[in-house]
Design a protein around this ligand. Structure first.
Ligand code: TNX
Length: 545
């Protein structure tokens, strides 16, 4: 095997460095999520604009790690790293080395006055080391104009405890541009999170181009108007006000590929969600034959649960969803494909002759069992294409196969039930992970939110293993924060809702058994300064004493 040596010199040429500052380290080592072991050592390493970076590896993805370091140091030194290859090493350098005896996502970062060594099991571990390095820099470094910056000498051993550390972003209720999605992925990278669950379809908008079904985006991506203020929950009357402005947006397949690629370079898997069989109004508005009555609906303009769902009596509905998923599979390399499955009323099915015939033919005794039938049929399709199904915990109600993964949102009960029967589980309960809920009880002084009160401290309390014995605990893949966007109209507010609570979810996933809230809050003081330095908006509440 050919060993590739990638050599880079960091930053500016010596001449232009002369005007820069030297930033001292304040000696603090505050990393979020909390590393496994931190051993401070006497001294500092002076990282300069011309410090060489040596990556010795045959793995092409180390190029992505180099790019990540480049991105971190760009604002500090005013330009990225210069690549020189191949070239021999120097002592005063940042050295990357892959070590197959380590877990792929593990790293050891050793900073001494002489050198910085990063040893990792695979490129993702090295990427996490870069994110840690970013948090070791004094935050003023990101103001720029720096010639050298001191890193505190330290040895950090680290690896995540849970394999799945995710965020779901709902782009159906409100749309976020490709650039905003990329900024969200940057946030995940900063928190060493590795799954982006992209909620692409819902009653209020279909957001992904499907070539076989062009009406989904031509019709389904635009709603005529949007309810203003809080949804009264089905009681729509003349007191409800609407903005009377069309609202829409969707991602072309080319843009989807761009996002998937951007995520991959940050070691983030993108899991797409196509809602089935509920939350379907935008699809039914595009193709009325997908519903039980064949009526033409408008894309939904309010936020409550809707009775109008896919007809699961007709085979044409399954041809449709398989056609959609066929294109989705081609765009997303993720093992799991999310098919939604939440909040699907059976009212339409009960009155539909096709659905009733399906019940008879399948020997089903209750309309609810139709959802189990539909889920299993879609799962067979995914399996035939080498993928696995993941769905909201309602998929349990109809009985699921042992390979389907369950995303537990109505508390952790669904997750516990699923894990006990051996299904893979992601914990994302409303009680701890719903970042669309208020973050203080001072609701009058907050922008309108879904409801509830979920302060940072409560998010941090989530125990993803609660109620499970050691065997069942192994079924818990990890945790996920959910950002539903009914009341989150733009990216500034999305950041405000995410930060700093996303950090708590990240730490739960990284270190579920090694947590201390006071210590976390202390470390967050540094991370919140970093949020500011990176231009992110965050909620100040937890930091006001
Ligand atoms: C429930 S969580 C939903 C969403 C809403 C959310 C608001 C889930 C699977 N379904 O459709 O946006 O509550 O918090």
């Amino acid at each position: 095997m050919r060993r590739v040596r990638i050599w880079m010199a960091a930053g500016l040429l010596a001449a232009s460095c002369a005007c820069g500052r030297t930033l001292p380290s304040d000696g603090t080592i505050d990393v979020v999520p909390v590393p496994v072991r931190v051993t401070p050592v006497e001294g500092v390493f002076r990282l300069g604009a011309s410090t060489p970076v040596c990556i010795e590896s045959s793995d092409e993805r180390m190029r992505w790690v180099a790019d990540a370091l480049d991105e971190v140091l760009q604002p500090v030194f005013g330009r990225g790293l210069e690549c020189r290859f191949p070239q021999a090493g120097e002592p005063h350098a940042v050295n990357f080395l892959l070590d197959a005896s380590m877990a792929p996502d593990a790293y050891r970062l050793t900073v001494t006055p002489e050198r910085v060594d990063i040893r990792a099991g695979a490129p993702e571990g090295a990427f996490y080391a870069v994110q840690t390095l970013r948090q070791l820099l004094p935050v003023e470094a990101f103001d720029g104009g720096v010639r050298t910056v001191e890193l505190p000498a330290v040895e950090i051993e680290d690896r995540p405890a849970m394999a799945y550390r995710g965020l779901m972003l709902d782009v159906a209720r409100h749309f976020f541009t490709v650039d905003e999605v990329k900024r969200t992925l940057d946030l995940l990278a900063l928190h060493k999170m590795n799954v982006f669950h992209w909620h692409l379809t819902d009653d209020q908008g279909w957001r992904i181009e499907i070539r076989r079904y062009p009406e989904l985006t031509r019709v389904g991506s635009v709603r005529r108007r949007t309810l203003i203020g809080k949804d009264p929950g089905g009681e729509y009357d003349e007191t409800c006000r609407y903005d009377e402005r069309p609202y829409g947006g969707f991602y072309t397949q080319e843009e989807v590929r761009e996002v998937v690629d951007y995520a991959a370079r940050r070691f983030i898997t993108v899991i797409p969600e196509i809602e089935f069989p509920g939350h379907a109004v935008a699809a039914l508005a595009s193709y009325p034959w997908l519903g039980c009555t064949g009526e033409r609906y408008e894309v939904r303009q309010t936020w409550d649960i809707d009775d109008r769902v896919f007809c699961v009596g007709r085979d044409s509905t399954f041809d449709f969803i398989e056609g959609v998923l066929d294109e989705v599979i081609g765009l997303f390399p993720s093992t799991y494909i999310h098919i939604g499955g939440d909040e699907c009323p059976t009212k339409m099915w009960e009155q539909c002759p096709h659905c009733r015939a399906r019940m008879r033919a399948e020997g089903l005794t209750a309309p609810r069992q139709l959802q189990g039938y539909a889920t299993k049929r879609v799962e067979r399709f995914l399996q035939a294409h080498g993928r696995r199904l993941i769905g909201w915990d309602e998929i349990l109600d109809g009985g699921v196969s042992p390979t389907a993964a369950v995303m537990s949102w109505r508390g952790t009960e669904g997750g516990i039930r699923a894990a006990r029967q051996g299904n893979p589980v992601v914990m994302a309960p409303t009680t701890h992970c719903y970042l669309d809920y208020y973050q203080t009880d001072d609701v009058a002084n907050e922008p309108l939110a879904w409801g509830g009160c979920l302060p940072l401290s409560k998010v941090y309390e989530l125990d993803p293993y609660e109620g499970l014995d050691s065997l069942a605990q192994r079924c818990v893949l990890g945790v996920q924060a959910n950002l539903w966007t009914e009341y989150i109209p733009d990216f500034a507010q999305a950041q405000y809702m995410l930060l700093p609570r996303l950090a708590a979810v990240a730490e739960v996933g990284w270190a579920p058994r090694r947590r201390n809230y006071d210590d976390f809050l202390r470390r967050m003081e540094h991370l919140r300064l970093l949020y500011g330095a990176c231009g992110y908006r965050y909620a100040p509440h937890p930091f006001v004493h």
